[in-house]
Design a protein around this ligand. Structure first.
Ligand SMILES: Cc1cc2nc3c(=O)[nH]c(=O)nc-3n(C[C@H](O)[C@H](O)[C@H](O)COP(=O)(O)OP(=O)(O)OC[C@H]3O[C@@H](n4cnc5c(N)ncnc54)[C@H](O)[C@@H]3O)c2cc1C
Length: 552
């Protein structure tokens, strides 16, 4: 089927230093109000950083005439491509310490141009950092060190088209630079959706999701981007190729698996055939309160080990629930959601609520909402499932609003000199209670020791599996003025040590990048490390692709 035209881009201004759109940033008064919640933060917010205050030198190299039309040396573009969107990045921008700024930013529009840029970079010892939405939270899109003559940020977002739709096999060929809303907008007229909704959906791309093995919003079953991949097209400095479109294949190790999670270190993903789904027509959600967090964990495990497969099954501890407005009485809250394109889901929700009640949960029946989207929305699902819902006023909706607003508030707190960051992991159920307890206790104690201020360490389960869960932690504490990066690095080192001791992964979906290298090196088995190094040698012989990510 012919492709649909590319979706129009938003006219709103993206922040070069913080999350999202500048018009959604908290103003000074809101920052101060946020700071007042955390003892020890600054009296007034740090000023919004200006590119003019950064020291941006002349580019170390310029491209040949054949490539100049693809490349910019504009300081604003270079600054906006210097870092990702972790707390570390935001505070470095606020303190005018962004690190090495790329010399060049390229915007290729097709495979040939990507290959030409890689060829030139390989010949001239120029590091190439593939860049999608730039929402990395692990130092994945910055350059550290000075081993290369110049640094080129390879921005893929001009390659944002849905090129082909196969309605028979329900799949689409999509260019890697398409941001979430841009690709969903092109699928919408066909009644189809990729249905991959990470929290960063608005500002991250298909290529970034594939390269980091992103996790979507859905709590169970198909939520990792890996699950939707039919075939990948990858351009490496050594060769280019496309895997066959197949629903499944037992032919040896999977070629796609080599590049999923390769974080720009082995090649540039330029397009993919992705499995699609029909837009859901039926939804139901509810929130359930628990006085005892450990009983809530048991309830979630029971639901995860049933065949109910909720779309949403987020357990918020008391701190998270308070922060998001889902509860004010010290309860933990389980946010449950079901959806389907084929039939009502009310029965599944009712059974899940029964399971939760059997473990001490209290469901407020008035808050359980069932939505037949075929009736209420003319058959169309909302663009982002956490964006809108008929359950306005409920704990479910409070959590949803907070979920989308949270990154903006993080940046507001950063302007008050606070250290506010998240980290996530996964472990089998037998380890989960002790792991969560150890992180809370040991990371909280470390933050107090490092800063002299009390810290909050909150936890939610973002994804649940029959055999385990993915706890996601948020740490907030007043920083030491001017040393916020070092404070966070010290806290994060303690967190990494606790995760390793409990055999919990260094990352469930945020990827490895540069920040998780130590934990990743400890986690991967030696034969795999050898194979990865050999793949790097073969595919990137001049070592130009995202140096320092995944391996040296
Ligand atoms: C507020 C916030 C919320 C987030 N929520 C989630 C979440 O819910 N789930 C989740 O999984 N992650 C989340 N993240 C992390 C981040 O959004 C993901 O890692 C995302 O997949 C990155 O996509 P991107 O397009 O922004 O990639 P970028 O940040 O631009 O790049 C990420 C990595 O992929 C490489 N890369 C990018 N494009 C390509 C390509 N075409 N070919 C090869 N390599 C490439 C880069 O070199 C880099 O190593 C969140 C981040 C923030 C700031």
């Amino acid at each position: 089927m012919p492709a649909t035209p590319s979706a129009p881009r938003s006219s709103r201004t993206r922040s070069w230093w913080g999350w999202g759109y500048t018009d959604a940033h908290p103003d000074d008064a809101e920052c101060a109000a946020l700071g007042a919640l955390l003892p020890g933060t600054l009296a007034r917010p740090l000023p919004v950083p200006r590119i003019a205050d950064l020291s941006i030198g002349r580019p170390a190299m310029t491209p040949p005439p054949s490539l100049t039309h693809l490349v910019t040396t504009d300081p604003s573009a270079r600054a906006a491509h210097a870092m990702g969107k972790a707390y570390r990045d935001v505070i470095r921008a606020l303190r005018a310490r962004p690190g090495r700024i790329p010399d060049l930013v390229a915007h290729p529009t097709g495979d040939r141009e990507v290959a030409d840029l890689l060829d030139w970079a390989g010949e001239h010892d120029v590091a190439v950092i593939p860049f999608g939405g730039g929402s990395s939270v692990v130092g994945g899109v910055e350059y550290r060190g000075d081993a290369h003559r110049a640094v080129l940020s390879l921005d893929l977002t001009a390659m944002d088209r849905v090129l082909d739709i196969d309605t028979v096999s329900r799949s689409a060929r999509i260019q890697a630079g398409a941001l979430g809303p841009v690709l969903e907008e092109q699928l919408r007229p066909h009644g189809l959706t990729l249905r991959h909704f990470p929290q960063s959906f608005e500002f991250s791309t298909l290529g970034g999701w594939l390269a980091t093995r992103a996790g979507g919003h859905y709590a169970t079953v198909h939520t990792h981007i890996d699950d939707f991949v039919q075939s990948l097209r990858v351009i490496t400095p050594a060769a280019a190729g496309t895997s066959w479109r197949l629903p499944a294949s037992g032919a040896g190790p999977s070629p796609d698996r080599l590049f999923l999670g390769s974080e720009g270190a082995l090649g540039v993903i330029t397009e993919a055939w992705m499995r699609l789904q029909e837009r859901p027509r039926h939804k139901a959600s509810a929130s359930i309160a628990f006085a005892d967090f450990h009983r809530a964990l048991d309830a979630v495990r029971a639901i995860a080990q049933s065949d109910l497969a909720p779309a949403n099954c987020r357990l918020l501890d008391a701190g998270e629930a308070l922060l998001s407005g889902a509860s004010h009485d010290g309860s933990s809250v389980l946010v449950l959601g079901f959806e389907s394109a084929t039939g009502p889901v009310d029965d599944r929700l009712a059974t899940a609520i029964d399971l939760a009640r059997a473990h001490g949960g209290h469901a407020d029946d008035r808050l359980a909402t069932a939505i037949d989207l075929a009736r209420t929305h003319g058959g169309h699902a909302d663009e982002h499932p956490v964006d809108r819902d008929a359950s306005a006023g409920s704990a479910v909706s409070a959590w949803r609003s907070a979920f989308l607003r949270m990154p903006y508030l993080r940046d507001g707190l950063a302007r008050m000199g606070a250290v506010v960051e998240t980290f996530e992991t996964a472990a089998t159920w037998d380890k989960i209670p002790a792991l969560i307890e150890a992180v809370r206790t040991e990371v909280g104690a470390a933050a107090l020791k490092i800063t002299g201020h009390p810290a909050t360490v909150n936890c939610r389960l973002t994804h649940v599996y029959p055999d385990g869960a993915a706890p996601y932690f948020t740490v907030a504490v007043a920083g030491r003025p001017g040393a916020e990066v070092e404070v966070w690095d010290d806290i994060k080192a303690v967190a990494g040590e606790v995760l390793h001791r409990h055999r919990a992964t260094i990352t469930h979906h945020h990827a490895v990048g540069r920040d998780h290298r130590a934990g990743y090196d400890l986690q991967r088995p030696e034969p795999f490390a050898l194979a990865l190094r050999a793949a790097k040698d073969a595919l990137d012989p001049h070592r130009i692709l995202n140096p320092g990510v995944l391996l040296d």
